[in-house]
Design a protein around this ligand. Sequence first.
Ligand code: UT7
Length: 332
Amino acid sequence: MKKAVITAVGHYVPDNIIPNSYFESRIETTDEWIRTRTGIQERRFAPDGMATSDMSVLAIEDCLKMRGLDKNEIDFIVVATVTPDHVFPATACLIQDKLGMKHPRIWGYDISAACSGFLFALETARRLVESGGSQKAIVVGADKMTAIVDPEDRATCIIFGDGAGAVLIEASDDDSVGIMDASLHVDGSGFQHLHMKAGGSAMPATHETVDKRLHYAYQEGQHVFKSAVKSMADATMDVMQRNNLTGSDVAWLVPHQANLRIIEATANRMELDKERVMINIQRYGNTTAGTIPICLSEWQKAGKIQYGDNMILAAFGGGFTYGSAYLKWGIK
Ligand code: UT7
């Protein structure tokens, strides 16, 4: 069996920086409240007309540039997003067309697992690459959250931002690095606490659903917060125990960036110093499926990750979905 190795990373965040002060004149909030409750200082908003596929294309181009790889060598693309350009077709199709990828066997699709989407997509690509079904796969985590966040809901609009990250996964005969393990879960009983009420087959769009603001993300923050703290840490401990890892073996925790307090709770449970946790929530907020690959790309470019580093990726999101992955870094 082949090993699936991340061999390049890339990301894109929009230029438009939105500081916390932006919200102070629009809703009842303060910079101080947002910083202390979430750790966020600013986030990026994509311009009108820029869709999730457009951000993804830029992230993929950045990724392929790192590896010096021709786009036509990609044979599989999986996109994690809850903000697809359209209900159908899959954003993967639009990305393939916009990039002009012409591999004779390229195929792909979208995965809907909210903030855990990147981990779920990574695991899907890993299995495909390990089994020989793909030689070079692209995994994208991308969300234009401003498309689905209610600008009048002060508990959600201050958290989210827009952004995209991408990784290239290649098949390798060297099994000393690569994606080693994953522990992924769904718990649909959490649906009620984090979802979008209208726009799907359960409640198709009508004038009334629009008037009632039902096409925005609905979140019961406290409940989601408590579930995230427990589930992310549980999944992380699970994957560490299965692989006989302790905190001192882990070079980097790469957590989903939903709330600084959730990140700190996960790191504490792993007995990890903050210096070994990738944190950029202060600059980008929560970009949903984008958070983990954006971190990987930024830290790689900053030269902070060493070949062979043990890394634990962890996420929690709508569904509920949650999980953790263990990888040994394979970029020199
Ligand atoms: O990405 C994956 C899924 N999402 C998450 O993991 C997010 C998890 N949840 C959270 O991060 C936090 O729950 C929030 C940041 C959303 C909210 O923080 P909190 O500390 O849990 O606040 P809360 O919901 O318990 O609300 C406390 C108070 C309330 O006022 P009252 O009822 O006590 O008077 C809220 O109305 O804070 C109020 N509040 C705000 N005040 C100022 C809520 N949003 C704001 C705001 N500014 N933006």
